[in-house]
Design a protein around this ligand. Sequence first.
Ligand code: ADE
Length: 349
Amino acid sequence: MSLSEDLRRLLEDHLNRARALPWRQTRDPYAILVSEVMLQQTRVEKVLPYYERFLELFPDWTALAGAEPAALLAAWAGLGYYRRARNLQATAQAVLERGGIPQDEAGLRELPGIGPYTAAAVRSIAFNQPALALDGNTLRVLARYFALPEDPSRPHWRRELTRRILPAIPPGRAGDLTQALIELGATLCLPQGSPRCEVCPLRGGCQARAQGRTREIPPPRPRRRLEELLRASVILRREGRILLGRNQRAGLLEDLWECPGVDAVPGKPPLEALHELLESLGVPARLQPLGEIRHAITFRRIRCLVFQGCLDRGGEVPLEDHPDWAWVSPDSLGGWPIPSSTRKILELA
Ligand code: ADE
């Protein structure tokens, strides 16, 4: 059986079996780029509601380019990796400046946040150009199909896979093939131990299967060591409203709004550090333990002790009109760019 025939079989199987995901019903490069950026490091089930809402709020390049940064972050809040949202907006602005989205690899790669995977996904899905989008899922599928001898994500193997696959793509089916490879990696050619080879459309030509080595291929990648982090945060109320502060540390959560909190440091109980923070802000309060939450961001595992406190009524409102602090009513929390960790904290209350 030739590679081209196997790819045809894969495409046929895809038509019958693929999930009807909303970004598969469009060829609009904008919608496709939004979907691919959201799907980086994020599961389909999680992305679905965000995708629909995002396209309602920002239906095209112009709407996204002109969006208020806070509204953009609010629409992204909970998806994580917020730099993706900022890059997407910068891309929309660049596309408007250029008068359209480039269709070639070099032009796409010049746009903020667009790497080789996303460029190939957009070229193939939106423009039906022969391009191979290689991410963890599609690399696993192809590493098994060809029984590659080592880590398929190495540049050498990416080039080699592209060299083998591109000439074998059935004419006019580049976009479908990208979706089909992604789908196979997500639903049948699963990572650990349990690929569902018996129903796989590529089983005829799959060399890892023929050699009984699907469990070994691809080899596991060395994982970065997880860091454990202890934090303490407070839900501080005043007249029914909750104090939130803008995160100003450069990094993953920059410009998102969170409950006041501190990282634990050796030699100081977290509660004491929290009291010091509130005093320095001019909002000292008695704190009571409320519970704790756990949260993971990239390689950090965070345990956060949550306290609650109440400020006395009357007098001047502390931190009123401060650009980086706000007293937010619980009803309007939905409109604020609040990360998942803070949502978990607020759910304790
Ligand atoms: N993950 C990345 N791109 C995807 C797509 N187009 N469909 C489903 N999952 C994906």
